[in-house]
Design a protein around this ligand. Structure first.
Ligand code: OOG
Ligand code: NI
Length: 465
């Protein structure tokens, strides 16, 4: 039987992220402006740093440097989350990590759907940070029931999208024609609806309970709320935003700027206020507004081990207990100083980070190295002899404190609210219909496989000699 002609899941993801980018730029012009700024800063950075350019040329496609790395959506029901998992699977995106945001005053818990293998990440790294609303955290039982009812009645996927997901699952992929149709059908789920699905009075009630609840419950679908290109110099973009006419959030989330970047730094422009139409009882429409959509940028560094992450969390908490960044940016400089002071305790040298067991690294045999002398040797001595090199493994996931900061600054900073911290990964995974991949185990596995490969190569060579 001839092998059926399938569109690879990587190619579908690539087409999907390009379509999302075009749609979002069109829907949110300020996002297009941010993309221009990012492209300008990235070009200037590459010009100023020929070494960086050379290493990026060797490892990545330069013309894709400024492309989107992730986006985010907020879902309303377990059924929506379960179906979303199947939709993303068609695009080679799988749930990695569990993030409890209730702790930070946001009534959701989340995962990120992302490509997992190195090859897939390289072809197209697009991820979607996906949150599920925790209706159980709404205090007013009557309002909770109303919200649940509205959410249970909406249909966020088109019949065409559902049919194509079932077809892909049955046949193990989609033809190029079906793949294109799939992208078009699925794209519709993420578009913006200028018309709300509830009246203004109910919107106000939901909004008073939490702005995020209003954002999820009031519309026909889970509009994409931001996209995030990669920048080579996040501080320059943060500083450049006002010059381009866009308002940055008060501070960059995550670690401070360092020689050896760790984890993830991110910032955004503040969500825009948009005109929305609310249906009336009498069949007419009333004007109003809603604030939810923004643009973000990210810069990634090495993935940290549980020990490294423990140190990161401790230092971040220390800085934040000294200076809590305010929404208006009035203490942004003090916060920056506190952050740098705290993080002086985190080694800023790749080998020191590695030797202290703080980060994950990929080991490889140096091309042309003579391995025959290293038969029974361990990795350390092969590194010292210059036969094995190590490169940081990039952190491809998210950070709950940073995510909360991104949420907060885009939900209106005055609206900080306390919820009982109640992580519930089991409940989340039951809704999802699958377990999420543990990101630490995943990075550890990549590191372990790479060092084993180096040892095996040395053994094989000395056996042959
Ligand atoms: C998601 C915020 C989290 C990130 O980059 O940490 C996020 C949201 O606002 O829905 O995207
Ligand atoms: Ni984001």
């Amino acid at each position: 039987m001839p092998v059926p002609h399938v569109m690879s899941s990587d190619a579908i993801r690539e087409a999907f992220s390009a379509a999302m980018s075009a749609m979002y730029r069109n829907e949110v012009p300020a996002y297009g402006t941010l993309m221009e700024l990012v492209a300008d800063i990235n070009a200037a950075t590459l010009e100023q740093q020929p070494g960086l350019r050379a290493s990026l040329e060797a490892t990545e496609t330069l013309d894709r440097i400024s492309q989107e790395r992730h986006g985010a959506i907020r879902l309303g029901t377990e059924a929506e989350l379960a179906m979303m998992r199947r939709v993303f699977a068609v695009m080679g995106m799988f749930p990695v990590g569990y993030y409890d945001l209730s702790e930070a005053g946001v009534p959701v818990h989340s995962t990120a759907f992302r490509p997992v293998g190195e090859e897939a990440l390289k072809i197209n790294p697009f991820r979607v940070f996906t949150s599920l609303l925790r209706l159980d955290l709404i205090a007013d039982p009557q309002l909770r029931d109303i919200a649940r009812d509205i959410l249970n009645r909406r249909r966020i996927f088109s019949d065409g999208a559902v049919t194509l997901v079932e077809k892909a699952e049955r046949d193990g992929g989609l033809s190029p024609e079906d793949g294109e149709r799939f992208v078009t059908e699925v794209l519709g789920t993420f578009r913006w609806h200028q018309q709300a699905s509830i009246d203004h009075a109910l919107y106000e009630r939901l909004h008073a309970a939490h702005r995020l609840i209003a954002d999820v419950v009031s519309f026909k679908g889970p509009h994409i709320n931001h996209l995030t290109p990669r920048t080579l110099d996040i501080d320059a973009v943060q500083e450049g935003m006002p010059r381009y006419g866009i308002a940055p959030k008060a501070v960059v989330e995550g670690p401070p700027s360092r020689n050896c970047p760790i984890l993830l730094r991110q910032t955004s422009f503040k969500a825009i206020e948009e005109h929305v139409l609310f249906p009336n009882m009498d069949g007419g429409l009333a004007g109003g507004s809603h604030t939810a959509r923004f643009g973000e940028i990210e810069q990634r560094g090495v993935a940290l081990t549980p020990k490294g992450r423990g140190l990161y969390d401790r230092l971040l908490n220390e800085a934040r207990s000294k200076v809590r960044p305010t929404a208006d940016g009035s203490n942004a400089q003090d916060y920056g100083t506190a952050l740098r002071d705290s993080f002086a305790a985190f080694p800023d040298d790749w080998n020191a980070i590695r030797k202290a067991g703080l980060g994950y690294f990929l080991y490889s045999v140096v091309p042309g190295a003579d391995l025959s002398a290293h038969a029974g040797a361990d990795i350390e001595s092969m590194i010292e002899a210059g036969a094995v090199r190590f490169d940081p493994i990039v952190y491809e996931d998210f950070l709950p404190v940073s995510a909360a900061g991104i949420f907060q600054s885009n939900l209106g900073d005055d609206a900080v609210q306390d919820f009982m911290a109640s992580p519930n990964q089991k409940l989340f995974e039951t809704a999802l219909g699958a377990a999420v991949l543990n990101e630490f185990e995943h990075y550890a596995g990549i590191e372990r496989a790479s060092s084993r490969q180096c040892l095996a190569a040395a053994r094989a060579l000395s056996a042959a000699a």
